[in-house]
Design a binder for this molecule. Structure first.
Ligand code: CMP
Length: 140
């Protein structure tokens, strides 16, 4: 089925000037960018996005990293978009990410891991609504 998923190009990948190469991978895999914006997240916005990790030991570092520079937030649309995006990204820890995945090619550490992608339909719905209003999404 056609799905939507939320993708974030994280501060490390933006700093490497890899925005275009990462979006090209989404497009070449048949996903369409139907919404996009660049933002420098506040502590509050980043913390709210990752609220499910609030009690985890890495939460403070995660928020610190995600607010360290601008990010590019996008809604990707396509057949099986949620799983497809996760396949393109590779494992959360770049050291475990399969060759040819975005994290294997662009990321160094589990914190600075280049991209975020929604992990389920429920997360996708929440995460898209967290960043975009309906009038900011442009299906083609
Ligand atoms: P992301 O998919 O954005 O979701 C939460 C982020 O927390 C994850 O990518 C990692 O960058 C970061 N993180 C840091 N340490 C861990 C860990 N031990 N387990 C999972 N995520 C971690």
């Amino acid at each position: 089925a056609t799905e939507r998923t939320l993708s974030i190009i994280k501060p490390d990948a933006v700093a490497k000037n890899a925005i275009g190469e990462i979006i090209a991978r989404f497009e070449k895999a048949g996903l369409q960018v139907v919404a996009a914006k660049m933002v420098h997240l506040s502590d509050e916005k980043a913390g709210g996005f990752y609220a499910e990790h609030k009690e985890r030991p890495f939460f403070k570092d995660l928020v610190g990293f995600m607010t360290s520079g601008p990010v590019v937030v996008q809604v990707l649309e396509g057949e099986g978009a949620i799983a497809k995006n996760r396949d393109l990204m590779g494992a959360t820890n770049p050291k475990e990410a399969a060759p040819g995945t975005i994290r294997a090619d662009f990321a160094e550490t589990i914190d600075a891991n280049a991209v975020h992608g929604s992990d389920s339909a429920e997360s996708a719905e929440r995460e898209i609504g967290y960043f975009f209003g309906n009038d900011e999404i442009c299906p083609r």
